[in-house]
Design a protein around this ligand. Structure first.
Ligand SMILES: Nc1nc2c(c(=O)[nH]1)N[C@H]1C(S)=C(S)[C@@H](COP(=O)(O)OP(=O)(O)OC[C@H]3O[C@@H](n4cnc5c(=O)[nH]c(N)nc54)[C@H](O)[C@@H]3O)O[C@H]1N2
Ligand SMILES: Nc1nc2c(c(=O)[nH]1)N[C@H]1C(S)=C(S)[C@@H](COP(=O)(O)OP(=O)(O)OC[C@H]3O[C@@H](n4cnc5c(=O)[nH]c(N)nc54)[C@H](O)[C@@H]3O)O[C@H]1N2
Ligand SMILES: [Mo]
Length: 755
């Protein structure tokens, strides 16, 4: 940020990521949210064998928490939930819903934990307390009056396996597969793309592989903020002198330099460790071209000197190699350079490193999936790995960084709008009702059905659906058209205030809290990014005596809705072992579920591809030909930029912990757009100017006005603004056609000085 003028709240950050700044931020999170006596013990129980799973992210734990792993953003997630602040009925009596809608998202969640079940009274415009049973009965009455497919069952990926399993059972017994979930906005491209390439929709690496890899390609993720415990791993890898090559349009500090708070010497000397050995500022949406460039370089090296490809693996285990080679041969360097924004010589350098490495891991996140061609991006990563047999080999593999702490587990236990016939048969066999086989709605389809009026009820097991979804101008009013809204949550958010004709707000236990049922204290289970399933048990006294667990709330609604149900809902909630027995019966991979989660660290779900068993139609790993170079839509107009929407360091998705983004040098504000110096100059703009952004797509033009443009180290042609505010600029139908994932990372926009 060499900007000539001073811009309020914008100041270059010179230090490494992590370090003392991270410790200071943790202390601040504890001070502002928690009882200082309780905090240290609670934080120490994070990710410990008898403790709870951190609600922060889905990165696994080394030997499942034999030592305490410090993590600033994990601490923020824990203290935010374990806060001493409370939202009481008196609070709702004092503030109307209309008034609360004018509050900032940070302040809404900041008032504390929800404490009692509430119902919206449209005459007074206030939320009022209601008894649990009365609420369940009324919900049952409304749902019975609707067609099953008029009801949408949203899940945000924090729900436990047990809660999610009961939830899908409820929906399917009611008669719908409408399961919009946060995964539809996140790693759906992985869930759709990877099975086509390697036969499973999950990553293939385990933490051990990072101890043996010889190269890491890190594409489109920001671990210092979003998977901070991964920084410990990258730090170790870097100290082993293993190259880490980063592809990201923004210079992210944690990928440049990191001081590990666990490392006493680094802390004492204010030292740090470089993370990226090379940093490539790819254009947003330019990854497909970059990946093709790397493959072109690899194939050239094979031609020049041989011995680069794993021929034996390709012959024995893959299909479609020749077609891939033909496509890469036909792709011209000039086109690759134009679309990726990177140079041939740089991509050839990556290819050479890849050719030399005997074990490569590719890690990736939202920079790959949230594009028009997100599924193709994922498959191109698989192509690159398959060329050298880097799947099912120690130290190698594909590593999608999942989002919510149990988003992967939710999918495993049946939260999907496209269930397999085998799973539905198992449900029928086990429970004796006929589940619907017709596919249901994903998140975008749900919002479309809400907008056109065909959806009448939305149940939300966590999350902040309307705010997380694209096109705010359309999504907010759509919430208000429903007959019924039900929100199960820990904290108040905007979706709760976009009230339907009847709206219920249910406070639930969080991960940190003791869950006491008839059979005693309960554990729930979760699955991390590396398919490890383990138990999680909170110890804190619940935020209020009224709270119910998520399984209990789901069971309460189901029982009240389905008078002739085949499921013993309340019996299941008495002892979660009974829910796990049913999961074991109906889903493969959970053998001895109850016994195995009692082992510290839990167990790993079966991952066929790691054994080089390919559950694809051909029985082989399939190379994929992407005929094109664009991950995004083609932009030919020089004026048009690509907008990526990103997370600050002080937020968890739609939860805004604070207004700073320390590593990017933004403090006390979020109304900024990051721009390349040349892109500013080309528009006659300067660092600090007030600008308007508008979409450059056919159809409705979406606008976001009065942002401050700031000069940043970002690829030319790419601009960035914060999610969720920038969702007003993402059209709902602008999405990956294969997976339905909204293209949150590549919206064509124009930027001009505000009038
Ligand atoms: N503290 C914290 N932790 C979180 C979350 C949080 O909000 N806060 N969210 C959780 C969830 S649900 C998720 S899904 C994950 C998200 O974790 P990430 O995947 O890291 O998510 P983002 O911050 O959206 O953006 C990722 C990075 O992609 C880069 N990028 C954008 N466009 C492109 C592109 O076209 N190509 C490439 N190569 N890079 C690009 C951005 O510059 C940014 O650095 O984190 C999880 N963990
Ligand atoms: N523009 C843009 N939009 C995006 C993205 C982006 O990168 N750019 N990312 C997308 C991604 S990857 C995702 S995953 C979605 C996230 O979408 P969601 O998962 O819907 O959103 P969150 O902000 O994680 O949900 C926050 C709320 O969850 C509730 N909550 C917290 N803990 C618990 C709990 O233990 N139980 C229950 N029941 N509720 C709880 C609280 O009430 C809190 O207000 O957003 C998507 N939207
Ligand atoms: Mo996510």
């Amino acid at each position: 940020m060499s900007g000539k003028r001073k811009v309020p709240g914008v100041k270059e950050y010179g230090g490494p990521a992590g370090g003392w700044g991270a410790l200071k931020a943790t202390a601040e999170a504890v001070r502002s949210e928690m009882d200082t006596l309780q905090a240290p013990l609670t934080l120490l129980r994070t990710n410990q064998p008898n403790g709870f799973d951190c609600p922060g992210c889905a990165w696994p734990d080394k030997e499942h928490g034999s030592t305490f792993q410090f993590c600033e953003n994990g601490a923020k997630a824990v203290t935010w939930e374990a806060t001493k602040k409370r939202v009481t009925p008196e609070f709702f009596a004092a503030h109307s819903v209309t008034e609360l809608l004018s509050w900032h998202d940070h302040d809404l969640e900041g008032i504390g934990r929800l404490t009692q079940p509430m119902v919206y009274n449209s005459e007074t415009d206030h939320y009022e307390p209601i008894e649990w049973q009365a609420a369940f009965d009324r919900i049952g009455e409304i749902l019975r009056g609707l067609e099953p497919n008029q009801v949408e069952f949203y899940t945000s990926g924090r729900a436990s396996n047990e809660a999610a399993y009961l939830y899908q059972l409820f929906a399917r017994e009611l008669g719908t597969n409408n399961f919009p979930d946060c995964s539809n906005m996140c790693h759906e491209a992985t869930s759709v793309g990877l099975p086509r390439s390697i036969g499973i929709g999950k990553g293939t690496v385990s933490l051990d592989d990072f101890d043996h890899c010889e190269l890491i390609l890190s594409i489109g993720h920001n671990p210092g903020t979003n998977h901070p415990r991964m920084m410990g791993t990258l730090h170790e890898v870097s100290r082993r002198k293993v190259p880490i090559m980063v592809f990201n349009p923004l210079k992210e500090r944690s990928l440049e330099r990191f001081a590990d708070p666990q490392n006493m010497i680094e802390m004492a000397t204010y030292g740090s460790t470089p993370i990226a050995s090379s940093y490539f500022q790819v254009r947003a949406g330019g990854d497909a071209a970059a990946l093709k460039g790397i493959m072109k370089g690899v194939l050239q090296l094979e031609q020049d000197s041989g011995g680069v490809l794993d021929r034996e693996f390709i012959d024995q285990h893959t299909a479609g190699f020749e077609a891939l080679v033909a496509d890469i041969d036909a792709t011209q360097w000039a086109d690759i350079e134009r679309e990726s924004g990177l140079l041939q010589k740089d991509l050839e350098m990556v290819a050479a490193a890849y050719a030399r490495s005997n074990a490569t891991i590719v890690t990736y996140g939202m920079g790959i999936t949230q594009h028009n061609k997100g599924t193709s991006n994922v498959r191109l990563i698989a192509d690159l790995l398959l060329l050298k047999g880097n799947i099912g080999k120690p130290g190698a593999g594909i590593c999608p960084l999942r989002g919510h702490s149990n988003v992967q587990g939710n999918r495993t236990v049946g939260i999907t709008e496209k269930p397999t016939a085998a799973f539905l048969e198992k449900l029928q066999e086990t429970f004796g009702f006929t589940p619907p086989s017709e596919h249901g709605h994903d998140s975008v389809q749900t919002m479309e059905a809400m907008i056109d009026g065909s959806a009448r009820a939305l149940l939300c097991l966590g999350g902040n659906f309307a705010v997380a979804m694209p096109d705010t101008e359309a999504s907010y009013p759509a919430m208000k058209k429903l007959d019924l809204g039900v929100h199960v949550g820990t904290k108040l958010n905007r979706s709760h205030l976009l009230t339907s004709r009847e709206t219920f707000l249910f406070p639930c236990l969080g991960r940190t809290e003791l869950d006491e049922q008839a059979a005693g204290p309960q554990s729930v289970t979760v699955e991390d990014s590396m398919s490890m399933v383990h138990a999680s048990a909170g110890k804190l006294a619940p935020a209020s005596d009224w709270l119910k667990s998520e399984p209990a709330i789901v069971a309460g609604m189901a029982k009240a809705t389905l008078p002739h149900s085949k499921v013993d809902w309340l019996g299941l909630v008495e002892d979660y072992d009974r829910i796990r027995d049913l999961i074991e019966k109906t889903i493969t991979g959970f053998d001895d579920y109850n016994a195995r989660i009692r082992e510290p660290g839990g167990f790993r779900m079966p991952l066929a591809a790691t054994q080089r068993i390919w559950n694809t139609p051909s029985g082989k790993a399939e190379f994929f030909v992407f005929d094109g170079l664009e991950s995004s839509c083609a932009v030919t107009d020089e004026e048009v930029l690509r907008l990526v929407t990103i997370r600050s360091h002080d937020q968890y998705n739609t939860t805004i912990y604070g207004m700073d983004d320390r590593y990017r040098g933004v403090f006390g504000r979020r109304d900024v757009v990051f721009m390349n110096a040349q892109d500013l100059a080309d528009r006659g703009l300067e660092h600090g100017d007030t600008v308007d952004i508008e979409t450059a797509l056919d159809g409705k033009t979406l606008r976001y006005e009065n942002l401050t443009a700031i000069e940043y180290k970002i690829a030319r042609g790419t601009v960035a603004a914060y999610y969720p505010e920038a969702n007003r600029l993402v059209p709902l139908d602008y999405k990956d056609q294969d997976s339905g994932t909204p293209s949150y990372k590549s919206v064509p926009v124009r930027i001009s000085k505000s009038a």
